[in-house]
Ligand binder design. Structure first.
Ligand code: GLY
Length: 392
């Protein structure tokens, strides 16, 4: 990335909406009720990553999404103090410990998604020793995905292989696990890897117009930057809505450890780019190349992630440029999620919000609910309700 262009926010007044304390409380009550219903259906199993016909199935603790279920339990516990949520979350922690000890589906970058909302949250809230042990093991596993040639954490595939020698923007959400472990273990190896990955991502994954590549390849022999490529976006040169949202949340999380003036400018640029491409109801289509009239699917999860990210940045830098528009944009997105995207189905294992897109190219979870959308929706509501202490 050379100098990036910062768009000003078009029509900032359109974000002026009213969202009351009562709206938030009612929405949280609905979530708590649905989660209790889901607990009865799930027992100690986990929901699948996304719904089919708006209903989850049961799953073992596999894939990259199960941590969000445990995270929903912790958020419900924080909102209600009811033991039913804590008891199941504690049982889930033992499953996560087993998963990392036995290396079940953990050879990838997703360890933060898995271990932060489940085990780091559990440790922060209750000092659960198994949660701490599991999350430290997960951080060590994540550190093994680091490539010093190119200075990034490799997302998927055989470590070091040319056809997978790339970073992905989503991983900014995973490296706070390394920062947490660095502090707990007093081990600078972890923080160096996280800081390097953060720096490399911002250097190469953001285009001059402030949109983002989903993934970026490097030469596996020299570490030289090669080219950007999408995996879940519409095309290599478009901006996948959820990828842009992962940056909107990932940048403030990492800015806590490596704050530089230039990162703030990047933050404004990528956030304004996202907000300027929101359709009339403020919930993005699955790729920012689409807008109203495209007849494409929305990705409600991208809105939920962006709300949490903007809120986090406003905590880190309260006087950031555009702060009042950002605050209003959070409310506009959340109001629409509450009013128009909360799943109405009441049988089966139900989603909290619907109309997300998991992967358009593989035909998976299109116009369906998904676990991360549900988790970030509840995190967004919780952030608006009280001074929530971040798990990430
Ligand atoms: N990190 C995978 C996804 O956002 O689909």
């Amino acid at each position: 990335m050379s100098l990036i262009h910062t768009e000003s926010i078009r029509d900032p007044d359109r974000f002026n909406v009213h969202l009351s304390e009562e709206d938030i409380n009612e929405a949280i009550d609905v979530v708590v009720k649905k989660t209790k219903h889901n607990i009865i259906k799930l027992g100690e199993t986990f929901p699948t990553s996304s719904t089919v016909n708006d209903t989850y199935s049961t799953s073992k603790n596999v894939e990259w999404t199960t941590g969000f279920w445990t995270g929903i339990l912790w958020l419900c516990y924080e909102n209600t103090h009811e033991e039913v949520f804590k008891n199941l979350a504690e049982k889930n922690i033992l499953s996560f410990k087993n998963r990392i000890i036995n290396k079940i589906d953990v050879d990838n970058h997703d360890l933060g998604f898995l271990y932060i909302p489940s085990c780091v949250a559990g440790y922060k809230l209750t000092k659960n020793k198994y949660a701490r042990e599991a999350a430290i093991l997960a951080a060590e596993q994540l550190s093994k995905r680091y490539n010093s040639k190119g200075k990034f954490i490799q997302a998927w595939g055989k470590q070091g292989a040319a056809d997978n020698y790339r970073l992905i923007v989503d991983a900014l959400m995973n490296i706070p696990l390394l920062q947490w472990a660095a502090k707990i273990e007093n081990n600078t190896k972890y923080s160096e890897i996280a800081n390097n990955h953060f720096e490399t991502t911002l250097k190469y994954a953001i285009r001059e117009d402030s949109s983002a590549y989903h993934t970026y390849f490097f030469d596996n022999k020299t570490g030289h930057p090669l080219f950007g490529k999408t995996r879940q976006g519409y095309s290599d040169e478009s901006s996948w809505a959820r990828g842009q949202a992962w940056l909107i949340y990932g940048i403030p999380l990492n800015y806590r450890y490596k704050s530089k003036e230039k990162y703030l400018a990047i933050y404004n640029s990528i956030t304004n780019y996202f907000l300027n491409r929101l359709p009339a109801d403020f919930i993005p289509y699955w790729d920012l190349i689409f807008n109203d009239g495209s007849y494409q699917s929305k990705d409600s999860s991208a809105a939920a992630i962006a709300i949490c990210g903007i809120d986090q940045m406003l905590r880190e830098v309260p006087d950031i440029p555009n702060k009042s528009v950002y605050r209003n944009a959070e409310k506009a997105m959340l109001k629409n999620l509450i009013e128009n995207y909360t799943a109405k189905k009441s049988d089966g294992i139900v989603a909290l919000i619907n109309h997300g897109v998991y992967s358009w190219h593989s035909g998976h979870g299109i116009d369906e609910g998904n676990l991360w959308g549900d988790y970030f929706y509840l995190e967004a509501l919780t952030r608006m309700k009280f001074n929530w202490q971040v798990y990430w």
